[in-house]
Design a protein around this ligand. Structure first.
Ligand code: GRF
Length: 196
């Protein structure tokens, strides 16, 4: 039986993926505990979601640090004290430096709303829509120091129908995310990926 790993979720935005991961952790289908949420923006909706679930939040103000690495040192200090062995990026709008990527090598995941390597970057759903592709989707990948460039772990396709709007597509992609992320994390935990 694999010991339950302690995980941190990093978010900058609405927090719907954080909510999906917390739901799975609370239902005990994730196989791990989310013990810390790291947020880099004051206004992020994810703060309220974490607080409602009684998960401690580390709010990190990058401008207060001289370098991104210095901000990450502060984050890593907290995560190590928490006993965290895996990081789940969920709408975290920052590129990580080699410092944290090496500290948590092959233990940092990201979710991206397109079928990588197509449409990396911040406007993936819109970029896929504008390109006129008929299939897009969701990707979970390991994080390296590039933009959405790490090794792909899992993908779900989402077919774009002729008569839908981009808002409807966006909603369906988010629905797919909320299934794929907890399922993938649960599978990796079973495989022992986040063991200390
Ligand atoms: C998601 O679409 C995720 O794929 C992307 O950022 C968005 C975050 O949404 N990386 P939310 O904050 O989890 O609602």
């Amino acid at each position: 039986m694999v010991k339950k790993p302690k995980l941190a979720v990093f978010a900058s935005g609405t927090g719907s993926n954080l909510a999906a991961l917390l739901k799975a952790a609370q239902a005990d289908t994730l196989g791990g505990d989310i013990v810390r949420v790291v947020i880099d923006r004051k206004s992020a909706g994810a703060i309220a979601i974490a607080e409602a679930a009684n998960i401690p939040v580390l709010q990190i103000r990058y401008p207060a640090f001289e370098t991104r690495e210095a901000a990450e040192q502060e984050i890593v200090k907290t995560l190590v004290a928490d006993g965290v062995t895996g990081i789940l990026l969920a709408g975290y709008m920052r590129i990580l430096t080699p410092y944290i990527v090496q500290a948590f090598e092959q233990r940092i995941l990201n979710i991206h709303p397109a079928l990588l390597p197509s449409f990396p970057g911040n406007n993936a759903i819109e970029d896929a829509w504008n390109a006129g592709v008929k299939v897009t989707g969701v990707t979970i990948h390991y994080v390296d120091t590039g933009v959405d460039s790490g090794q792909i772990i899992a993908q779900t396709p989402v077919l774009i129908s002729e008569d839908e709007t981009i808002d409807e597509l966006t909603e369906r992609i988010h629905d797919a995310e909320h299934h794929l992320y907890p399922e993938t994390v649960a599978k990796l935990i079973k495989e022992g990926v986040f063991q200390a």
